[in-house]
Design a protein around this ligand. Structure first.
Ligand SMILES: [Zn+2]
Length: 158
């Protein structure tokens, strides 16, 4: 028997990434603030951990597009951040959200993304690496993610 790994501070460090089946949508964290308000953080996983990842330009453009377009569908988005492993994103929302409730919002934003003619704020004034973008890559990744919409809420294999 192997000892269970010590509990770590970061929720996703306690997730066995070998057991997940991307793409998926899962709640990574839920925090109740002292005033009673709630924050919900989603793990939006595009590619299978340790088997594949998104190109850096694709991640960057997905970040810009999702950050802009998701806000057309909900006022609750606080942050959209790429994972350093480039397999997905964290989306932080104000309020108490379920995966079932957020999935249609994510879907609507990604469908808008497929129609986008350009990456928003992909320039040296509004971005830290304005040349490092791929609209085509972002749309390809979103199309693949949307094609597996019926699997988003199945987080683990089997
Ligand atoms: Zn940028």
């Amino acid at each position: 028997m192997t000892e269970p790994a010590p509990r770590m501070n970061v929720e996703s460090f306690n997730l066995d990434h070998r057991t997940v089946a991307a793409p998926y949508l899962r709640i990574a964290d839920r925090k109740e603030l002292p005033g009673g308000d709630v924050l919900t953080k989603f793990d939006v996983r595009f590619t299978q951990p340790n088997l594949s990842h998104l190109d850096s330009e694709t991640v960057h453009s997905l970040e810009h597009l999702m950050a802009e377009l998701l806000r057309d569908h909900t006022a609750d988005v606080l942050d959209v951040s790429p994972m350093g492993c480039r397999t997905g994103f964290y989306v932080l929302l104000f309020g108490d959200h379920t995966a079932e409730g957020f999935a249609p919002v994510l879907e609507a934003g990604l469908r808008d993304l497929l129609e986008a003619a350009e990456v928003p704020a992909a320039n040296e004034v509004q971005c830290g690496w304005g040349a490092h973008h791929s609209l085509e890559g972002a749309q390809r990744a979103a199309r693949e993610f949307l094609a597996q919409r019926d699997q988003w809420e199945q987080v683990t294999a089997g």
